[in-house]
Design a protein around this ligand. Sequence first.
Ligand SMILES: *Cc1c(COP(=O)(O)O)cnc(C)c1O
Length: 410
Amino acid sequence: MEIKRNQYVIDGLPVTKIVEKYGSPLYIYESAKMVSQYQRMTDAFRDSKVRIYYAAKALTNLNVLKLFRELGSGLDAVSIQEVRLGLKAGFDPQDIIYTPNCVSIEEIEAAAKLGVRINIDNISILEQFGHKYGNNIPVCVRINPHIMAGGNQKISTGHIDSKFGISIYQVPLVKRVVETNNMRVEGLHMHTGSDILDVDVFLRGAEIILDTAMEFAELDYIDFGSGFKVAYKPDDIETDIEMLGTHLSARFNDFCKEYGRELTLIFEPGKYLVSEAGYFVARTNVVKQTTSTVFAGLDTGMNHFIRPMFYDAYHEVVNISKPTGKTRIYTVVGYICETDTFGWNRKMTEVSEGDYLLFKNAGAYCYAMASNYNSRVRPAEVMVHKGKDHLVRKREVLEDLTRNIVEIDL
Ligand SMILES: *Cc1c(COP(=O)(O)O)cnc(C)c1O
């Protein structure tokens, strides 16, 4: 997105025109940004045999999945439904890694039947899977290296009390289960959480996994998970992907020599690929001056866009109806009957009722976490692809809220 001739434009198209065409509130995705992020990442790791598996849960629209498939990406799925969506989007089953947590053995068996790669994150499931399939279906094992990382408690997954992965200290037990059941471990996996700032943290986790990898003789890949941070504020530091690429590729290639085989280095980013490609636009219903604050009240709320309230996430907001002009301070709130504040004390060009406000970084974990709270319908999604706007998901209607209701005689 940029400002051109005093208008905000996405890939050449004025954003206010797009919202007027499809209605408010609206999610807009810029496919060119997804493509460039994907390329930036593969470029950063060009020195090793790298493969990206897009983490479907960040933004699950079928068209987004298809776009990544066409780029050559694989898919990281965390539920059997995401697996099925991936297959529907045309992914080869072997290009899907299924990485669930605390799901039933039945769901894992269903995924195995579909032929996708299975990533196992606890000993109990490893045993059950081994009893059933022996060496017929290879597995990937999710290791928790106990590296403290991640922007906050809700999104860090590697700490000692985390429910994710099999503790690095239980590797001897993993090996015993694997040997007893004659299983083949084709991959090792770690994912320490979201919003990792420090390349050194990544590399430390990587060392632990590479050490462990020496204990498994039949590996094809090592999956280093994700957690790449992108900028949410203008001065935010993001993960230095080029530096990580240089260091990790070199280390990984050395490892492969020592291991005796060229393995694939896998990443499964979500946020990095789609966060900045997404915009959420809403209309200002009311400008409300109280004794101490000026509120801009929007035609949306935490039901459509919950990250600010749920994770205390900062999302930059701009008044796209007035790209330039004098500024004032606003607190931007939703219409839900709870305190749903999108941002406090934000400096914006003067907001009038009817103005469209746009939130940045609305690609990852935004539509994907939207709900029908307060019996509001979920917004439409539009993708700007090759200079054209396409509706990629219709706005819901009242019928969507009642279709599964069974009315009884009362
Ligand atoms: C959520 C998740 C990801 C993606 O994380 P981002 O921070 O969005 O890049 C990758 N792998 C697994 C297993 C996940 O659960």
